[in-house]
Design a protein around this ligand. Sequence first.
Ligand code: IMP
Ligand code: MG
Length: 371
Amino acid sequence: MKNTITLHDLSFEKFITKTNVQHAVNGVAVRLNEDYRGKCPVFLTVLNGAFLFSSELIKKFDHDCELSFIKVASYEGTQQSDEIHTVMGAEPSLKGRDVIVVEDIVDSGNTVETIIKILKDEEVASFKIATLLYKPEAYKKPYKIDYIGLEVPNDFVVGYGLDYNGLGRNLTSIYKLKESTMTNLVLFGPPGAGKGTQAEVLKEKYNLVHISTGDVFRYNIKNATELGTLAKSYIDKGQLVPDSVTIKMLNAEVEKNADAKGFIFDGFPRTEAQAEALAVLLASKNTGVSGMVALEVDDEVLVQRLLERGKTSGRADDADEAVIRNRIKVYYAETAILKGFYEKQDKYHGVDGVGTVSEITDRLSKVIDTL
Ligand code: IMP
Ligand code: MG
C-alpha cells in the first residue's frame, strides 16, 4: 500500500503498518480474555471510529459477550473541540453489567469522561476502557485507561476506523498528518528599511524562493499571461486588482516552485483577507506561514536614508521628504492590521533594522532559526 495518501486537502504518511495494528489488537484481546473469564461483558463500542477495532476485538474474544453502541462527537476536521454531544445512547440499559468501553483513540479524554458519566448514571456493575490508540501527551483526565493497543505521539492520525472529515476509515494501516518542513516568511519593512537587500541574503542562506508581489505583477503583465491581462484591465481603469486575481498569481508562483524549501513573501499580504487567503493557499500544501518578520527602523533614520538614496537612485519618490513621510505612514497603517493578525497567532517578530547588512541578517536568522 502507498506510503503517502491524500484525504481532502491534506497529505498523510504511513505511520503504523497493518501488521503492527494487528499486533496491538491481539495484545488487547489476550488481556481481555484473561480478565473476563467467566463473565459476560457488554462491549460498548464508541461510534463511528471504534467500529473496526471492536469488530476485530470481539472476533478474538473467547467468552460470551454482548454488544452495544454509543455515538458521541467532538472533532471538527483535525481540530479537537471541548464540546461533546451524545448522538446516540446505549440501548438497552447497561445497569448491573460489566462494560468494556471500546474506543479507537483517546486524545484529550473528553469523550471518555462523557461516557464514564453516562455509565455511572446507568449504574453499571463495572467498567473498563479499551482503546486501540492513546495519546499520552494530549490526555488531560484522571481516569485510568485500562487497555491500550498502542501509544502514539500527539499527531493527527487516520486509518483503521479513524477519519479526517469522514475519509480514511477504511485504511488498514494508520497514517499520520505530514508535518511541513517548509519555512514560509512574510517579510515586512518600511520603505528604506533594507528589505530587498535582506530578502536576497535570506533567500540564499535558507534556500528559499523570494516572491515579490510587485515582480510577479510586472512579469505577468509584461508577458501578457491570462492573469496579467486580467490584472491590467483593472489597473488601466484605475481600480485595485481584486484579491482573488492576486492570489491566483501567487498560487501559480507557488506551484511553479513545487519543490521549494519555503518562500519569502514580499509585498503580500497587504490586508487581513489576503492573509487569510495565503493561509488557505499554504494549507493546501500542508504548510503555513512560519512567521511575519518585520524590520523596525526609526522614521527619522528612514527619511535620511531615502533622501540619501534619492540623490543617486533617480527615483522621484525618494527625493521628496513629504512623499517619503507619506509612504512610511501608509506602510504603518497597512502593517498594523497584519501585525495584529499574526500577533494573535504568535507569529509576529519585529527585528531591529539599524546596523550593517550582516548584523541585521544575524538578527533575522536568530528569529528564523526558531520558526
Ligand atoms: P478525546 O475526546 O479528545 O479523547 O477524543 C476522542 C475522539 O476524538 C476519538 O474517538 C476520535 O473520534 C477523535 N480523535 C482524536 N484524535 C484523533 C486523531 O488523531 N484522528 C482522528 N480522530 C481523532
Ligand atoms: Mg471516536
